[in-house]
Design a protein around this ligand. Structure first.
Ligand SMILES: Nc1nc2c(ncn2[C@@H]2O[C@H](COP(=O)(O)OP(=O)(O)OP(=O)(O)O)[C@@H](O)[C@H]2O)c(=O)[nH]1
Ligand SMILES: [Mg+2]
Length: 222
């Protein structure tokens, strides 16, 4: 990469890091745990959020920021579950940046306990951008293949939680969840790993319990 381009990228990342730090401080003060969800397109991020919304209705207060290149579709799916949701369309950019998230924060209701940020579907670019989250979750779905962690290491190395999704398809695909898990743990031994299916409901209660526990652990609030 030419030196001029490297300097521009460094400036961009520095300004993103500053915006992310401000978001983290604001959300910490407000008692909101921000969770950045990353995966390739179609791995099941919105479906997982829909199922979480059903399981937390009337209890844990969640809100969702949706990142996509175009369309309001994912935010509409979340709103249909009775959860506040805002759509950010990047118009072509392959990831969200902290400033985009910062602009939504004034709209997030004060009673919110967990703010999910569904990143643009992409296993590469989102990993390089801190959004002010305290928990980063990476999803890997069965149809993508169990060899992906080492091919896209940054997403797995920077996350704290890994969710292997579409477990209902395991019997039909050459996907070995133990291999995917072992490969991800080699990159990041501290990863906490969950297996879910948005179709059968497998693993969802465990994941919701994990989210509650993380909020308590990280923010010191039940
Ligand atoms: N069989 C099966 N299909 C699933 C599961 N979760 C999601 N899907 C399907 O996978 C497709 C993509 O799901 P989405 O939830 O839209 O995926 P996404 O990661 O939000 O996609 P983008 O926002 O476009 O990146 C849809 O057709 C879902 O119905 C699952 O657990 N099992
Ligand atoms: Mg989605």
């Amino acid at each position: 990469m030419p030196k001029k381009d490297i300097l521009v990228l460094q400036d961009l990342l520095l300004s993103n890091a500053q915006a992310a730090a401000a978001i983290r401080a604001e959300l910490e003060g407000r008692g909101i745990l921000a969770v950045n969800l990353m995966s390739s397109p179609g791995a099941g991020k919105t479906s997982l959020l829909e199922r979480i919304a059903e399981r937390t209705a009337g209890g844990l207060k969640i809100a969702v920021i949706e990142g996509d290149i175009e369309t309001e579709r994912d935010a509409e799916r979340i709103r249909a579950k009775g959860v506040p949701a805002w759509q950010i369309t990047t118009g072509g950019a392959c990831h969200l940046e902290a400033k985009m998230v910062g602009r939504v924060l004034p709209s997030v209701p004060p009673e919110t306990e967990i703010l999910f940020i569904e990143n643009v579907g992409n296993l590469v670019c989102p990993a390089g951008y801190d959004l002010g989250e305290r928990l980063r979750i990476v999803l890997l779905s069965a149809p993508e293949g169990d060899d992906k962690p080492k091919k896209y290491p940054q997403a797995f190395a920077t996350a704290q939680t890994l969710v292997l999704t579409k477990a209902d398809l395991f019997p039909h695909l050459p996907f070995d969840p133990a291999k995917a898990k072992a490969e991800a743990l080699e990159l990041n031994p501290k990863l906490e790993v969950f297996i879910t299916s948005a179709v059968t409901g497998e693993g969802l209660d465990e994941l919701v319990a994990h989210l509650r526990r993380k909020r308590e652990e990280i923010l010191g609030r039940a």
